[in-house]
Design a protein around this ligand. Sequence first.
Ligand code: SAM
Length: 159
Amino acid sequence: MSRLDSFIRRLTAQRDILNAIVELVNGTEGPVLEFGLGNGRTYDHLREHFPDRRIIAFDRDVRSYSSSTPPAENMVTGDIRESGQAFLGIGAALAHADIGTGHDDIDAVTLTWLPQLMVGVLAKNGIAVSGLPLDRPELEPLELPAGVKEGRYYLYRRK
Ligand code: SAM
């Protein structure tokens, strides 16, 4: 499979999962956390699906399209490994992390802290969606929407 095909499949999986979890997330109170704002595509998608939620986005710095940039009070800059710590216990209904790089060595470092952070920010029954696997006993893997191949994108519920 070419890298283009692989990229398209990953984004399709991301979108299909974000579309599929709306009802689940609506069953839990709390904000939505977007780890890895990037240019704001998934932030914009989340905003469409959760118009009444506070959506807090994180990135090293703001490089999103102006129309997909959160208000200053909902934008957290810096390394998520550190900046995320202030949000432990916030009781998020959904945390989405799109911070994988495709470089195994870099992603291996991210995996030393991201799963624990996701557990710590989620409310009970909160939903975790991630481009990297989150191997934690507190996170129950959920069935992926039809058509999303195992291992392409990840979906969990906080126990
Ligand atoms: N989902 C986004 C979208 O649809 O536009 C794309 C996210 S992009 C793939 C990943 C983003 O995560 C990059 O903007 C990168 O700067 C950010 N990122 C990755 N690791 C990070 C870290 N440890 N701290 C802060 N930002 C990080």
